[in-house]
Design a binder for this molecule. Structure first.
Ligand SMILES: C[S@@+](CC[C@H](N)C(=O)[O-])C[C@H]1O[C@@H](n2cnc3c(N)ncnc32)[C@H](O)[C@@H]1O
Ligand code: SF4
Ligand code: SF4
Length: 375
């Protein structure tokens, strides 16, 4: 008989944790934003300190290879108990710790202490800095470039390993080489040139036949028709998909799924409510702002069939959550189905982990080009 289980407790190797939904910035295409204001569907909150041992039980930590502090809606560095979480991980095990941040919070002293804490082991802090002095704040709205550089330098100076992640837009693409030189001079270990597909939505996939960075087109606001400051549209292979499959829906219905979290990482995702999701992409849609978003509608329908809190680490232990029917068989079975089947294939799975299209800008996948700056 086929094993349709997503992951057993003993198989978990990677956890991505979103300790907070809060952030000091307002990046226009971040899911925390909705047409220039904070997404009204997003609860504001942090994992309370007592959740730390529920998310990271003592016996789970030794088997973890990597812990990623990242998320869909918040910046982990704003989280007040980040040090306590890391200390627990480092005292009960030896996972590699990755922190994804805009780098503009806290003081250089805190960053220096973090560099000292993380200098042993192959931990990595990923600074999301999309430009230089004049351009970073166009997308990273409310950030101050000097402050980010000061923090990064304090972290690196204390021995911390850092990567510079640079999302490429029309307004900053001309500065990439300069940013690479600066990163090298400052002692960053890696530089990641990232493309974004976030301007491509399920309901209005745009034209383009090549997945190059340029040309990058301006994007108009869907409601007002105005071009919002700092908003640009990246390229997609969407037309190619439409030609090959007839429609985006048909592509999602027929594509094979290669689950990035289960197959590539043996990983799971925990959000700021201590809810467990198979991956970051399935943890996002319930809080999307747009009620007509297909991913949100599918997740809302799916969750309405399960008891409330079935995936909450505040109510259940890890092993119990992973033996719930959704994790135990329904999700994996759904990958062979179609969008309108009873156990629906999820649009999120089709768009993220299908064969022909890459939405993710994550460091492991093909919208990213990571350059080593060592040596
Ligand atoms: C929501 S953020 C949370 C972590 C942190 N606040 C940060 O920005 O790095 C998660 C990831 O989304 C990325 N991101 C933000 N806007 C993006 C966009 N338009 N396209 C692709 N990735 C984006 C961030 O750079 C980061 O790697
Ligand atoms: S810094 Fe990260 S979490 Fe904050 S608004 Fe930007 S992308 Fe979103
Ligand atoms: S979107 Fe679906 S297939 Fe992709 S990683 Fe998440 S659970 Fe796996």
């Amino acid at each position: 008989m086929l094993n349709n289980n997503y992951l057993h407790y003993s198989q978990i190797k990677v956890l991505q944790v979103e300790p907070t939904s809060r952030c000091n910035l307002a990046c226009p295409q971040c899911a925390r934003m909705d047409l220039g204001r904070i997404n009204p569907q997003l609860p504001v909150g942090d994992l309370p300190e007592e959740d730390i041992e529920k998310v990271f039980p003592e016996e789970l930590i030794p088997q973890l290879k990597q812990v990623l502090f990242n998320g869909n809606y918040g910046d982990p560095v704003i989280y007040p108990y980040l040090d306590q979480m890391m200390d627990r991980l480092l005292s009960f095990g030896s996972p590699r710790i990755f922190i994804y941040t805009n780098g503009s919070l806290r003081t250089p002293e805190w960053w220096k202490a973090l560099g000292t804490k993380l200098k042993k082991g192959r931990h990595l802090v990923i600074f999301s800095v999309d430009g230089l002095q004049e351009t970073n704040a166009i997308y990273r709205v409310n950030s101050r470039f000097e402050k980010v550089m000061e923090n990064a330098q304090a972290f690196i100076g204390a021995g911390g390993r850092a990567r510079w992640d640079y999302l490429m837009f029309a307004h900053n693409v001309h500065q990439v080489d300069e940013a690479v030189s600066l990163a090298k001079k400052m002692g960053f270990k890696q530089f990641n040139k990232k493309k974004t597909a976030r301007f491509i939505h399920d309901h209005h996939m745009k034209t383009n036949t090549d997945n190059q960075i340029t040309p990058i087109f301006n994007r108009k606001n869907e409601v007002t028709g105005e071009l919002a400051p700092g908003e640009y549209e990246a390229q997609s292979k969407f037309d190619v998909i439409k030609q090959k499959y007839g429609s985006w829906q048909n592509y999602v219905n027929t594509t094979k799924i290669h689950c990035k979290y289960k197959e590539d990482m043996a990983g799971l995702y925990v959000d700021f409510n201590a809810d467990v999701w198979p991956c970051c992409w399935l943890g996002a849609p319930i809080y999307f702002a747009d009620p007509n978003n297909i991913q949100k509608q599918q997740m809302t329908k799916l969750l309405s069939q399960f008891e409330e809190g079935f995936n909450s680490l505040r109510r259940h232990k890890w092993a119990d959550i992973l033996s719930h029917p959704w994790f135990n068989n329904l999700l994996v079975e759904s990958w062979k189905n179609r969008l309108d089947d009873e156990n629906s294939k999820l649009m999120t799975c089709g768009r993220t982990c299908g064969t022909d299209y890459e939405f993710s800008s994550g460091g492991r996948w093909k919208n990213s080009e990571v350059i080593s700056l060592d040596g």
